[in-house]
Design a binder for this molecule. Structure first.
Ligand SMILES: [Fe+2]
Length: 435
């Protein structure tokens, strides 16, 4: 007699139900609802959507972690309760992470940082357990289930190794991510740059990601580090924020102290569009001294000879026109951005995503240097592998052809989870060399 399956099993299996919920969530909300609303409603819908998506996915991870960590439960009455209480608390705090995007203050709260760190730990722990599980199944199929390595891949030993690995990974990643940004220096030859502008210094800041785990104090420190290199120009290459001006004005205020005699410039990143508050951010940034490069350009003149100049142009982020966002009047328009620049003068483009940098260099427009960000150099593993494969340039300086270059910043800070493995928080000092 076959065993009776529980109700959710009859509906087609819990995993299938989860996958279905995720698909419906994406297609129904992004495809239809997001296109028919705007402003604050869109922003809050987007956050609720991400919350549901992440919580559903991480619920599956939590079930796995609860089951696996129970194998490490000490077989003593009181210790058993303490252990299970600790695991339950860890899972509870981890699940609070996405909720913290609904409360953003001048500086991150301790609960917010703990929640996002636990959230990252839950991800790494689940992936490492999943890795051992997959390895065990492969060994089983190869008829090696009785070997020592197969023994490690199951039971208490596997759970213990994964917990230790996660603790070490998260601790190292947290310390690395919260270390102040390092200054990375690059000298780049620029064809047609006037001799009077040789040595012009650009401070490139990208991916600050003001939000639940990055706030005023970190922003203030980044501004101090930037001013210490005495730049002529500051470029803010997108993803400044993960919230609205109303939520993060105070956190962003240190930007007014940036000192760049030849100008400070801003282009949007994809995350600006997720806030649905781009116009208000433009207004705020202009009030603290930024020129907005919204598919536009500015001629940067030499301090010694006012007749000498190069063109600084910037394009909007490509996700402005992505399904579900469709931000009216925004999107990549290189032709418009280049209008007024010419091939007798050097042109430096700011484009948030490296894929747009590649498209611009492949185009008819003569551009000598593109400044980008977006990748965070992967921020941590295994996401770094996906980022590497999904972007034309990963991080650092690339030479496109004899006279064109791309520089991709690792980002001033990080997105969400305070964790970096295999990359650093970076402020870039770029020196332009007349060639
Ligand atoms: Fe980005």
């Amino acid at each position: 007699m076959p065993e009776k399956r529980p109700l959710y099993g009859i509906i087609c299996g819990y995993r299938h139900f989860t996958a279905l919920a995720i698909c419906i969530s994406f297609f129904a909300i992004e495809g239809y609802l997001f296109s028919s609303v705007s402003g604050k409603t869109k922003y809050y819908l987007y956050k609720v959507h991400i919350l549901i998506f992440v919580e559903v996915m991480f619920y599956q991870f939590s079930k796995l972690v609860w089951k696996e960590l129970d194998k490490l439960c000490p077989e003593v009455f009181c210790a058993e309760k303490v252990w299970r209480g600790m695991v339950a608390s860890f899972l509870f705090v981890a699940h609070l992470g996405p909720f913290c995007t609904f409360y953003m203050s001048k500086d991150p709260t301790m609960l917010g940082v703990m929640a996002w760190t636990s959230f990252a730990a839950l991800l790494i722990l689940s992936l490492s357990l999943g890795f051992f599980g997959a390895l065990f199944r492969i060994l089983n199929r190869c008829g090696m289930s009785g070997t020592a390595i197969a023994g490690i891949c199951q039971g208490r030993l596997r759970s213990g190794i994964c917990v230790l690995f996660t603790a070490l990974y998260i601790w190292t990643g947290y310390l690395n991510a919260t270390t102040p940004p390092v200054i990375i220096r690059a000298s780049i030859p620029i064809a047609k740059l006037p001799a009077s502008m040789n040595g012009t210094k650009i401070a490139l800041l990208s991916d600050i990601h003001l939000g639940p785990t990055v706030g005023f104090s970190m922003m203030e420190n980044a501004v101090k580090i930037t001013n210490s290199i005495k730049p002529d120009i500051v470029v803010l290459a997108g993803d400044l924020t993960d919230g609205t001006v109303e939520e993060l004005r105070e956190a962003a205020l240190p930007l007014k102290d940036l000192d760049a005699p030849s100008g400070s410039f801003f282009v949007t990143g994809n995350h600006e569009y997720y806030t649905s508050d781009v116009e208000n951010w433009f207004e705020f940034l202009e009030s603290v001294g930024f020129h907005i490069l919204h598919n536009s350009n500015v001629k940067v003149h030499s301090k010694q000879n006012k007749k000498d100049w190069f063109c600084m142009l910037g394009v909007d982020d490509k996700e402005a026109q992505m399904m579900g966002i469709r931000y009216e009047g925004h999107g990549v328009d290189l032709k418009k951005a280049y209008s007024g620049c010419d091939d007798k003068h050097a042109s430096i483009l700011v484009a948030h995503q490296p894929n747009v940098a590649k498209e611009a260099l492949d185009s008819q427009f003569p551009i000598q240097l593109v400044l980008s960000g977006h990748t965070h150099a992967g921020q941590f593993y295994p996401t770094a592998l996906v980022v590497y494969l999904g972007n034309a340039y990963f991080y650092g300086l690339y030479q496109y052809d004899a006279t064109s270059y791309v520089y991709v910043s690792q980002g001033v800070f990080y997105y969400g989870w305070p964790m970096r493995i295999g990359s650093h928080c970076e402020i870039t000092e770029i020196t332009l060399i007349s060639s």
